[in-house]
Design a protein around this ligand. Structure first.
Ligand SMILES: [Zn+2]
Length: 393
């Protein structure tokens, strides 16, 4: 058993209504947290333990990033390098990203389009302890219509007609998908399409959602324009990615029906990242130009009471504006919703959406004074194992 000592924690279940408790203790047996509370009490009941002194640091649950691609390849030279990797190199490239992600304190990710089913091999390797990485919930390949958003590489599967899309859903589930991702409108990264280009007919989308739900899988959709999202929400969509152009009416329906939003605010404000990858001018203009409306859309969703969840779209570990993409996205969210709600959007909210273990993401519900505290993460534990202690490699 491990006892984390000398840490600050305010577990809502244990210390209801109290300020963050200093001198807390967290007891871990195997991969489980079995007790959280005042150190003196926890240690009294613990028996023999290995104690880890955290030097007064604040302990929070691991972050959960709900929109990630370990095999991301945007248009441009950086993306082409990834696209040209053979299967073995791709798997190792993704494993490196998974390790870096975990070291950032991101203990859960939701992958929403990965190349050639390498994500399933990665998940197996992580679960077997062969390579370090976060808990992976993955959609496998995203489903698109022929020529649809992201059709250019192996992280999507082209389908057409309701029969084709049913088949697409089943093929991802057969490979091991935990959820289904579908592209229902154009996007920033497709030169031949606009953000507002509709891509699926309602019968195709209905086929996706019905089939996925019948197999107990949720469906999330890459979607921009309000009218396309409106149709999808009525058909039972579980989550919207980006949502660049929401209106109050559609946001209200999302809130009523419990459709979540992963706004990925970074994708329309990450010029530094685009420059690093050699992303062409047309895509940069489109992305950065969509920024103000994207932010307005996020605010509309908040006003309507839509559940918003953390997702970076950029690789979660990527160095960006003095921190990593996950923390930067969390900071952008916190600017609008405050640090306590942002922490929820990056921990408990995702775990609930994913239907993951009820014990994940619940160490601490402390309304941190400042989300930027996450820039200083130096120690990470996942499943009872210390996976980072000090600076990263
Ligand atoms: Zn994405």
């Amino acid at each position: 058993m491990i006892l984390l000592a000398n840490c600050t924690v305010s577990d809502a279940r244990v210390l209801e209504g109290l300020a963050p408790r200093k001198d807390a203790g967290i007891l871990i047996a195997g991969d489980r947290i079995t007790a959280v509370g005042p150190y003196a009490e926890v240690v009294r009941e613990a028996g023999p333990v290995t104690e880890i002194d955290l030097g007064g640091a604040h302990v929070t649950p691991g972050l959960a990033n709900m929109h990630t691609h370990f095999s991301l390849s945007l248009p441009g030279s950086g993306g082409n390098t990834v696209k040209d990797l053979g299967p073995h190199d791709l798997a190792l490239y993704m494993a490196d990203g998974a390790r870096r992600t975990l070291e950032c304190g991101v203990t859960t990710v939701r992958c929403v389009a990965e190349k050639d089913h390498a994500d399933f091999a990665l998940r197996r390797a992580i679960n077997a302890g062969r390579t370090p990485g976060p808990r992976i919930h993955t959609a496998g390949q995203a489903l698109v219509c022929t020529g649809g958003h992201g059709h250019e590489s192996g992280d999507t599967l082209e389908c057409d007609g309701p029969v084709g899309f049913r088949n697409g859903v089943r093929s991802q589930i057969k490979a091991g998908a935990d959820l289904i991702k579908v592209m229902i409108s154009g996007g920033l990264a497709g030169e031949h399409e606009g953000i507002a280009t509709p891509q699926l007919f309602p019968d195709e989308l209905a086929a996706v959602i019905e089939t996925a739900h019948a197999w107990g899988r949720k469906v999330t959709a890459h979607a921009g324009p309000a009218d396309i999202i409106a149709t999808a929400v009525e058909l039972g969509l579980d989550c919207v990615e980006h949502g660049y152009q929401l209106t109050p009416e559609v946001a209200a329906r999302m809130a009523e029906r419990g459709t979540a939003l992963v706004p990925t605010l970074l994708v329309t404000r990450c010029k530094e990242f685009f420059d690093e990858l050699g992303v062409p001018e047309w895509m940069q203009c489109r992305s950065l130009g969509a920024g103000p409306r994207h932010l307005e859309s996020f605010e509309i969703a908040l006003a309507a009471g839509v559940e918003v969840l953390l997702g970076s779209d950029m690789p979660p570990f990527w160095g960006f504006e003095g921190t990593n993409a996950t923390v930067r996205e969390l900071e952008y969210m916190a600017e609008r919703i405050g640090p306590a709600r942002a922490l929820h959007a990056g921990t408990r909210g995702p775990i609930r959406w994913l239907g993951a273990d009820a014990n994940l993401g619940t160490i601490d519900d402390d309304p941190l004074g400042d989300t930027s505290a996450f820039r200083g993460i130096r120690w990470v534990m996942k499943g009872g194992q210390v996976v980072r202690d000090g600076d990263t490699r």
